[in-house]
Design a binder for this molecule. Structure first.
Ligand code: SF4
Length: 405
């Protein structure tokens, strides 16, 4: 990959399948498939989406989508968990590094970058640091070396999401809106929901995800305050996530059809590659701070990277607005008989407020089916598609039994 040979296909008798470039997030090259079926296990057993299946083809087995449909036409959520486990590159994220280089090398563009909380704890792995090492300051310094005009923090957008979700939650409580409210900051989860539970479409929060919030603020508030033509701004998001590529391209998530909130999304892995291409000695860099004002955050948003963080932050805000007091620790208890689902009960005034947290789309399906059947009653639920939340996102450094990028 470092030599730029990612797009060269294997030659020989296996080079008989067309490469599927239909989706806005994942590239599928069946010629590289070795039938290990890890993608099928992740998609069917863990995520319960069921895009891939192994089928007999003469004397051999091939892994394909139902009816061999292009990925774009399936119910794939683009969570990228299949990409994270594929050992051969038969499944890859849509590489957008070239687009970022092009924007950075165009003197007419004002290029803004924002980074998600889960990136700063994983990026160091690409440079030999222990998994979990926090490299925020070095990451900011490296992004400036790459040539970005401003380095912003998606945590600012997450703070805005928290306030918006808390406002929406209070509005539904006070004005009789439909509960539970479901968090909407995970695009894979949103797509899963749209395909699988169309009868519940009025319950997710209407808030944009944090990086989209920051994207639109960069092209509106920031552009206006600093006298920059928003049409000249390119917003690049660095995410642990493959589905955010698809999310940024959704036509309804922009100010108009030609002005998306976010122009380009690259993953933690793609950023590692860019830094290597630029010959930046990451470990030698001195730490630097984000740019102001869109690089500031309260700290509440830092928990967005892990499961439970979004709903806890929104609830803390709603609690304080409703009672005038800060909320003590929120104790989540595992829900009996439902693996991977936790709940907490928080008294607000005379009412007990029930919230649930889960991750992985299989768990999400379980909890939504219980809501549909009337067995479960919650006021708010956080759902993140990837196992463990964004920290385990499909765009994070590969872990194929060892550490590599
Ligand atoms: Fe993306 Fe996070 Fe959702 Fe995974 S859990 S699809 S990384 S937003």
């Amino acid at each position: 990959a470092d030599l730029g040979v990612r797009n060269i296909t294997y030659e020989g008798e296996e080079s008989e399948f067309a490469i599927d470039k239909s989706s806005l997030a994942i590239i599928r090259d069946p010629n590289k498939c070795i039938r290990c079926r890890r993608c099928e296990t992740m998609c069917n057993d863990v995520q319960t989406v069921g895009v891939y299946s192994a089928v007999g083809r003469g004397f051999e087995t091939v892994v394909k989508t139902a009816f061999d449909l292009p990925l774009h036409d399936t119910s794939c959520t683009f969570c990228g968990q299949c990409v994270a486990v594929c050992p051969t590159g038969a499944l890859m994220e849509l590489d957008q590094v070239d687009k970022v280089w092009k924007a950075l090398n165009d003197p007419t563009r004002y290029v803004v970058v924002e980074t998600a909380p889960a990136v700063r704890v994983a990026l160091g792995e690409g440079f030999g640091l222990e998994p979990g090492t926090i490299v925020t300051g070095k990451m900011v310094a490296a992004l400036r070396r790459l040539g970005f005009d401003r380095v912003f923090d998606t945590e600012f957008g997450a703070d805005v999401t928290i306030m918006e979700e808390a406002t929406e939650l209070i509005h539904r409580i006070e004005h009789g809106g439909r509960l539970p409210i479901l968090t909407s900051c995970c695009p894979a989860w949103v797509k899963f929901f749209e395909h699988q539970f169309p009868d519940l479409l009025d319950i997710p929060s209407t808030c944009k995800s944090p990086h989209q919030m920051l994207g639109v603020l960069s092209k509106s508030y920031y552009a206006e305050t600093y006298g920059i033509d928003p049409q000249k701004i390119t917003v690049v998001s660095i995410m642990p996530c493959i589905a955010k590529k698809y999310e940024a391209a959704r036509p309804e998530l922009g100010q108009d059809p030609v002005t998306p909130d976010v122009d380009i999304v690259i993953t933690t892995r793609e950023l590692s590659r860019m830094l290597r291409e630029a010959g930046i000695h990451f470990d030698h860099l001195k730490e630097e701070d984000f740019d102001h004002p869109l690089g500031e955050s309260t700290g509440a948003a830092v928990v967005f990277g892990t499961t439970g963080g979004v709903i806890e932050a929104a609830l803390r805000t709603a609690y304080e607005w409703l009672t005038g007091k800060p909320l003590e620790n929120v104790e989540f208890e595992p829900l009996r008989g439902m693996d991977g689902i936790k709940e907490a009960v928080i008294p607000i005034g005379k009412r007990d407020f029930r919230i649930a947290v889960t991750h992985g789309l299989g768990n999400a399906r379980t909890i939504l089916e219980k809501i549909q059947s009337g067995e479960s009653h919650y006021d708010a639920i956080e759902i993140m598609a990837c196992p463990g939340g964004c920290i385990g996102g499909g765009g994070q450094p590969y872990h194929h039994g060892n550490l590599e990028i």
